[in-house]
Ligand binder design. Structure first.
Ligand code: FES
Ligand code: FES
Length: 207
């Protein structure tokens, strides 16, 4: 069975691989400095060894440059360094989707994505979904259809839905359920969430 720390999203390096790469027993700190910037072998193949790095992100349309630790997640950078707390840290292990943001337009679990790997990419968080005062149709639909209760899962659902409807503007209920299967709602508000997604799709199609 896959351990949580083995979880990867497409194109990513899991934290487990990373930690293994950073300190394999006695190899540890004595040998790491000469290895920085190279790769070392693990049971799962070769993984890169990183030092701190200055990265540049385009977050909600604005450039941000900052120096990150090699083990800092994108979620921690967004929440703790850039003060964008819309993406929620709930499980912090790739289980719930509360931390979902868009990376170059695709939804990712920000808690499982190393910030260093996001260098040069465009990040969209729920704070960047509305255009000024004008809410995104997905936000409008979630409000109209009561697509939230406590609201803690909502930012993740909004981000996943907005990316999904760009690709599939007229989804069936089964397709909606499949697309949102990586997002969990502890309030169990799924019926209304699916209804909100259907309404959002209609709005975005102008139907
Ligand atoms: S907080 Fe990232 S998936 Fe749950
Ligand atoms: S509305 Fe409460 S967790 Fe989804």
């Amino acid at each position: 069975m896959e351990k949580n720390s083995d979880k990867k999203h497409p194109g990513g390096v899991s934290r487990r691989d990373f930690i293994k790469g950073m300190g394999t027993g006695a190899l540890g700190t004595a040998v790491l400095p000469p290895l920085l910037g190279q790769t070392i072998a693990t049971r799962k193949g070769r993984v890169p060894v990183y030092d701190k790095k200055t990265i540049t992100l385009t977050v909600n349309g604005k450039k941000a440059s900052l120096t990150v630790e090699p083990n800092e997640t994108l979620l921690d950078v967004l929440r703790d360094r850039l003060d964008l707390t819309g993406a929620k840290k709930v499980c912090d292990r790739g289980e719930c989707g509360g931390c979902t943001v868009l990376l170059d337009g695709a939804p990712v679990y920000a808690c499982m994505y190393l910030a260093i790997r996001a260098d040069g990419k465009a990040v969209k968080t729920v704070e960047g979904l509305a255009e000024g005062e004008k809410l995104h149709p997905v936000q409008e639909a979630f409000i109209e259809k009561d697509g939230y209760q406590c609201g803690f899962c909502t930012p993740g659902f909004l981000m996943t839905t907005s990316a999904f409807l760009e690709k599939n503007p007229a989804p069936s209920l089964d397709e909606i359920k499949q697309a949102l299967s990586g997002n969990l709602c502890r309030c169990g508000n799924y019926a209304k969430i699916y209804g909100a997604v259907d309404t959002a799709a209609r709005k975005m199609r102008g139907a």
